[in-house]
Design a protein around this ligand. Structure first.
Ligand code: CP
Ligand code: NVA
Length: 298
């Protein structure tokens, strides 16, 4: 049995196979082919934070694969009333065939996996968002071919998405530049462990020179709503706009996991430009996660 808590739970070869499988599953779905390897299987989906894309893609993905998805919110389950994660993991995994969880602390998904009899998928924690990277890597591949050997720029907060890009740099073989304001750098241990792939560059305009992909994310993540004003001040020079994109290679793409705030981390112009592939990223959540569900559960 395998879990998917970070990109490091799969080998580089497995991740590349998953990417190709996602492209294939997308073609099959577009051509109307019925493919139901997860018939009679159920994915329990625990959401302790909000979601549009993740919930829709997992729920529709399970239904297209012939299975069923169960939406569980802490508001109406005993999780919200303090039933221990260990106990919940035992109970849920005695009935469901897979567990997907979006929560705050990464230790929660680790604990869930430790006590689960079925595969556990991390659908975002404060530290990592590996499912989004499956979709992002598929999207880059579909537009520009292999990302191996390319240079990617992460601009903004050194957050969960940034951490997953660090793991992706190693697993998919690209160079990653990270440009954050002071005090918003990614986890230092993670950076140190990936020194050969990752470079921190304070000035975003310098960092953007000749990159192949520019990626950003919200300035205040879920759970940081009260820091919004403080963060707007700290991040004001870290907007992805046309001036910044002009530093990148002429065929550079722009990505954002969404939801986005036009006028904050990205200008409306860049968000809605031709090189912005944010809608493909969102759609590919469905196809990439179907490949993941098949890999873990079929
Ligand atoms: N990108 C992403 O995970 O979106 P949601 O928060 O809407 O699921
Ligand atoms: N960093 C963001 C990603 C949302 C998909 C957050 O954690 O809220």
């Amino acid at each position: 049995m395998r879990h998917f808590l970070t990109l490091n739970d799969l080998s580089s070869e497995e991740l590349n196979q998953l990417l190709l499988r996602a492209v294939e599953l997308k073609k099959m779905q577009k051509s109307g082919e019925i493919f139901e390897p997860l018939k009679n299987q159920t994915l329990a989906m625990i959401f302790e934070k909000s979601s549009t894309r993740t919930r829709i893609s997992f729920e529709i993905g399970m239904s297209q694969l012939g299975g069923h998805a169960l939406f569980l919110s802490p508001k109406d389950t005993q999780l919200g009333r303090g039933e221990p994660i260990e106990d919940s993991a035992r109970v849920i995994s005695s009935m469901a065939d897979g567990i997907m969880i979006r929560t705050f602390g990464h230790d929660v998904v680790e604990k869930m996996a430790e006590h689960s009899q079925v595969p556990v998928i991390n659908a975002l924690t404060d530290d990592f968002h590996p499912c989004q990277l499956l979709a992002d890597m598929q999207t880059y591949y579909e537009h520009r071919g292999s990302i191996a050997g390319k240079t990617v720029l992460w601009v903004g907060d050194g957050n969960n998405m940034c951490h997953s890009y660090i793991n992706a740099a190693k697993q998919y073989g690209f160079k990653l530049r990270i440009s954050t304001p002071e005090d918003y750098e990614p986890n230092a241990d993670l950076v140190a462990a990936n020194q050969d792939r990752v470079e921190l560059i304070r000035n975003p305009m310098d960092a953007a020179e000749n990159v192949d992909l520019v990626v950003t994310d919200v300035w205040a993540s879920m759970g940081q709503e009260e820091e919004q004003k403080k963060r707007e001040r700290a991040f004001k020079d870290y907007q992805v706009n046309s001036e910044l994109m002009a530093q990148a290679n002429s065929d550079a793409l722009f990505m954002h996991c969404l939801p986005a705030h036009r006028g904050e981390e990205v200008s409306a112009e860049v968000m809605d430009a031709e090189d912005s592939v944010v809608w493909d990223e969102a759609e590919n959540r469905l196809h990439a996660q179907k490949a993941l569900l098949e890999f873990l559960m079929a």
